[in-house]
Design a protein around this ligand. Structure first.
Ligand code: MRU
Length: 361
């Protein structure tokens, strides 16, 4: 039943297409895939001002925790090179304005603050204006390169626990389009496929913004990995029918206690997986860990009600009604089988293991 017509793309033919490069720096500009146009059109947009990068993050032109971190770092590079400041103090002031604007774009994914803090620290550590600017651009480029190597290593680590003929459910998009190019949860699946393992993926559509049907389906199709798209509402049915034997999702923030913030709907997928004894894995680089916040301190982004009220110009619900549109939820540690990182796979009890393994603070 689950073998769709894209089955022929599986195995050896996987990765026959070029890697999608989600965000990059070229000629002092930030270039990114406009994800609002997918799956219809694969188009790139260029930005010369950090304000435009901030707006792009808000509009989900670029989205996914690691990708918005790198995009924000490039935004800081734009702010640095366009600054007319003549002193270190004045440049730091300009950078702080850009930092605050970029930081205000989305509250939940910790990679954004992680990247911005690293750039500010780098700038503060230099004394000469040109050194400051150069080191910011250099650091943001390193961040982009590190994102690729880190996620490739994470993918390799995670692929070890994927077996032949596994049917793996993923939610939202934690792939190329959520990182610079390799992906986290989908990186694990790409690595497993590259190792020659025969896998099938089940992608949820991920309402209301449809990252699953618009982006994950686009990517899996692009990379030639066998998959089926399902409505979010079919997860329980497929699990109880025995048609899914693993779940892998990404994360926007992971606390020291093992609480995982990810796309809305992740918690119910995890709860259903527990109910059906299906292993539930989270894949994320160490930049996604927040070792200081407590569960009630993390802000869950509430997005515009029009994401639920309209499909294009078509009204989907009566005008003027009340809408709740949280973009993320929290999956408690007891529902999580393991957390796959570039350092290795972290197992419970998370309140002990995470602090031992992840050290960035
Ligand atoms: O609102 P989005 O599309 O930015 O949400 C993205 C997710 O929730 C992803 O699962 C998460 O960022 C992990 S991406 C590697």
């Amino acid at each position: 039943m689950l073998r769709g017509k894209n089955q022929k793309n599986n195995g050896k033919l996987a990765n026959r297409f070029k890697d999608l490069l989600t965000v990059k720096w070229e000629n002092n500009q930030v270039i990114m895939i406009d994800q609002t146009k997918l799956p219809g059109k694969l188009v790139y947009v260029r930005y010369k001002k950090y304000e435009d990068v901030a707006r792009a993050i808000e509009r989900l032109v670029v989205r996914g925790a690691p990708a918005i971190g790198v995009a924000a770092a490039f935004g800081m590079s734009l702010a640095a090179i366009s600054s007319k400041a003549k002193t270190k103090k004045a440049l730091l002031k300009d950078l702080k304005i850009a930092y605050n604007r970029l930081r205000s774009t989305r509250p939940t994914a910790v990679n954004l603050v992680w990247a911005l803090d690293r750039i500010m620290n780098e700038a503060s550590s230099k004394n000469e204006l040109e050194d400051m600017k150069e080191s910011i651009v250099h650091s943001s480029l390193n961040m982009a390169t590190d994102d690729i190597t880190t996620n490739k290593q994470l993918g390799k680590n995670g692929a070890e626990m994927i077996h032949n003929d596994d049917v793996i459910l993923t939610h939202c998009n934690a792939g190329s389009l959520a990182t610079v190019t390799y992906g986290t949860a989908l990186g694990v699946l790409r690595a497993a496929s590259d190792m020659g393992k025969n896998i099938q993926v089940i992608a949820t559509e991920t309402r209301p913004v449809m990252q699953g049907s618009r982006l994950t389906a686009f990517e899996l199709d692009h990379y030639g990995i066998d998959f089926s798209l399902i409505p979010d509402t079919a997860v329980g049915h497929l699990m109880s029918s025995g048609l899914i034997n693993k779940v892998i999702v990404g994360a926007d923030r992971i606390l020291k206690t093992g609480h995982v913030y990810n796309k809305i709907g992740t918690y119910q997928v995890a709860a259903l997986a527990k109910r059906h004894n299906i292993p539930f894995y989270v894949a994320a680089p160490s930049s996604t860990f927040d070792l200081t916040s407590k569960v009630n301190e993390v802000v869950i982004e509430e997005r515009n009600k029009n994401e639920l009220m309209k499909m294009g110009n078509k009204l989907l619900a009566p005008k003027g009604i009340k809408v709740l549109n949280p973009a993320f939820d929290v999956t408690p540690p007891e529902l999580i089988t393991g957390i796959i990182t570039e350092i290795g796979i972290i197992n419970p009890p998370y309140e002990k293991t995470i602090a031992k393994i992840v050290r960035h603070g």
